[in-house]
Design a protein around this ligand. Structure first.
Ligand SMILES: [Fe+2]
Ligand SMILES: [Fe+2]
Length: 343
């Protein structure tokens, strides 16, 4: 995926019905949605509902049961979240094409191994875009939305405490890598808990990304697309943030890597951690002289695409990907961050 393709993307834009900036503001999320769909499909094959809407897997009963400890409808929510992400990239790319602009295309990078455990789609072993087996999960969103004094847009250096500090260091698998990972119930629950915290960590990212990008859209229809998809990510986040608090407290050691993880009991009196405080607390916004307000945060638009890519990369989601993959994603992010509102 070299400079020639990137140049041809820009040429296609120049002749399309969208401004180069608006196309870039849709193409970057289209690529992220392809990535989201790729890992949600992996989750669904193992832990979701198997049907024609989200085909390919056969389900892993032990993993599905461990996920159900967080909520008995986890399989339904995993299925529906997966279905949503597939429609997000399909729509965004179809819209780009309908306007004569190039879609996002990651097919050249479907090279990662993924799980070989019971339930996966055998045709996709070795053909994944994302890696769910070496995650470092930043759970600071948990306290960010419970803190009424700090907004990351105002306080970029404020450290919001992690809900699950041990998930924020080292590498953890969120899916059974092989059937051996399902033999110890305690470790399997740790895997399911890791997934339970990975879900809202991802979705809060989309929750911030869409309103951040939307601020620089020029065409009202492009603005409408970004404003209409973004809140569905918020709906996902809200559901998952509620379920994550139900992760059974435990400590487990990964038998393959030796890495330890501890899920604390979040049924506590401390308002920064208490598990049922899932509605967003208000926080400072725009100007400290204004009253605090309940909002999505952060929503600073500057550099947001590059920041989102860095966040997902630091998470370990792309471990094993090629330099060509990172070059392509970086170019899409830079193009999105270069877009300016032209009205
Ligand atoms: Fe999405
Ligand atoms: Fe999403």
């Amino acid at each position: 995926m070299g400079a020639g393709l990137l140049a041809s993307i820009r040429t296609a834009e120049a002749s399309g019905g969208l401004s180069q900036g608006d196309a870039a503001l849709l193409r970057f999320p289209a690529a992220l949605e392809l990535l989201e769909a790729d890992f949600w499909i992996q989750y669904n094959e193992l832990g979701g509902i198997q049907d024609n809407e989200v085909p390919g897997g056969t389900g892993n009963p032990d993993y599905t049961e461990a996920l159900a400890a967080l909520d008995e409808d986890m399989d339904q929510y995993i299925h529906d979240n997966t279905d949503d992400e597939i429609t997000h990239h399909t729509f965004l790319n179809a819209y780009l094409v309908s306007k004569g602009a190039a879609p996002a295309n990651l097919d050249a990078f479907r090279t990662l191994m993924g799980s070989t455990a019971t339930g996966v789609n055998p045709d996709l072993i070795g053909h994944r875009l994302t890696n769910l087996t070496q995650l470092t999960v930043d759970t600071s969103w948990w306290t960010r939305y419970r803190d009424d004094r700090h907004n990351p847009d105002f306080n970029p250096n404020h450290v919001f405490p992690q809900a699950v500090p041990t998930l924020g260091v080292n590498q953890h698998t969120a899916i059974p890598r092989t059937d051996a990972d399902t033999s110890d119930p305690n470790f399997l629950q740790a895997i399911a808990n890791t997934a339970g915290f990975h879900f809202p960590t991802i979705e809060q990212g989309g929750n911030s990304l869409y309103p951040s990008l939307a601020q620089r859209a020029t065409d009202v229809e492009v603005l409408r697309i970004l404003l209409s998809i973004g809140p569905t990510e918020t709906m996902h986040f809200q559901t998952w943030s509620d379920k994550a608090g139900n992760a059974p407290p435990l400590t487990a050691v990964d038998p393959v890597t030796g890495v330890s993880v501890t899920f604390p009991d979040l049924d506590v009196d401390n308002e920064l951690f208490k598990k049922n405080l899932i509605m967003p607390e208000p926080c400072p916004f725009l100007d400290r002289s204004l009253p605090i307000v309940s909002i999505i945060r952060p929503t600073n638009t500057e550099g947001v695409a590059t920041g989102a890519l860095a966040f997902l990369t630091a998470m370990g989601l792309f471990i094993g990907q090629s330099t060509g993959f990172f070059a392509y994603m970086k170019q899409l992010a830079q193009d999105a961050d270069s877009a300016t509102r032209g009205v």
